[in-house]
Design a binder for this molecule. Structure first.
Ligand code: NAP
Length: 241
């Protein structure tokens, strides 16, 4: 944990995948609104930098490890908001050429990572009249050639989000899914395993969302009155549909 300890007079948000992209921008947007943000991801140097910039607390987290998730949960007495943002895609092979290791990684991070985190923090979230915001994707409702592994994972994450919402109707907890279209982040660099040229081509000569655009949707959903549940937000750049 970074030197900044967790205060007991502020609302606490846990943002997974907060070392870059949408998660990093979300930490900044929430901090500006008075949240204390637990900045969680695997890359220690990056989460510590984000925590310094946002006045938050960095906690190393690998959502594919139950031990790591439990270690984070054990450090928190109270949680008002959980943003399950850690995730991503690997590869764009056709189904015929599917790389099952990539598929397994995508399922583990996007689906099981979300379940591990939610399961570990749900009692605390309910006790705080809290909120779970899961970052889905356009790929959670639109199939595309080469997207099967990521589609399967994000459709799966979407299913668990809807089930969670249904299972807790009547409990003091809100559940939201935010589905971005094309956002210019390290997402494509990860998908293409470090091939910068391929990653750049995804965003070149196009209107793209910025990570801050998506962070604003997250901040807004969290800022609604406690009786208002934003079920789902689809957010795209203007020239994508
Ligand atoms: P990004 O910049 O690559 O960020 C991904 C984040 O996930 C990083 O902070 C990474 O941190 C974290 N992460 C990956 N594996 C992890 C693990 N095992 N444990 C903990 N953290 C892990 O990409 P992004 O675009 O911001 O992606 C954020 C979310 O938005 C993802 O769920 C992605 O699927 C979704 N999304 C992105 C787009 C887009 O076009 N960019 C569109 C729709 C949805 P570490 O490597 O430090 O662990």
């Amino acid at each position: 944990m970074s030197s900044m300890s967790i205060p007991n007079d502020k609302k606490i948000a846990v943002v997974t995948g907060a070392s870059s992209g949408i998660g990093k921008a979300t930490a900044a947007a929430l901090a500006q609104e008075g949240w204390h943000v637990v900045v969680a991801a695997r890359r220690k140097d990056k989460i510590e930098a984000v925590a310094r910039e946002t006045g938050g607390t960095a906690i190393e987290l690998d959502v594919t490890s139950q031990e790591s998730v439990d270690a984070l949960a054990s450090q928190l007495d109270r949680v008002d908001l959980l943003v399950n943002n850690a995730g991503g895609a690997k590869g764009m092979e056709s189904v015929k050429d599917a790389d099952l290791e990539d598929w397994q990684w995508m399922y583990d991070v996007n689906v099981l990572g979300t379940v591990r985190m939610t399961r570990a923090l749900l009692d605390k979230l309910i006790a705080a009249e809290g909120h779970v915001i899961n970052i889905g994707s356009m790929a959670a409702f639109t199939a595309y050639a080469g997207g099967a592994g990521y589609n399967a994972a994000k459709f799966g994450e979407g299913a668990l989000t809807r089930v969670l919402r249904l299972e807790h109707v009547g409990d003091p907890v809100r559940v939201t899914q935010i589905d971005p279209g094309r956002v210019e982040t390290d997402f494509s660099l990860v998908r293409f395993k470090g091939d910068q040229e391929k990653a750049d081509a995804v965003y070149a000569d196009k209107l793209n969302l910025s990570a801050a655009d998506v962070a604003e949707a997250i901040r807004w959903a969290a800022a609604q009155p406690k009786h208002v549940n934003i079920d789902r937000i689809h957010i795209m750049p203007r020239d994508q549909a």
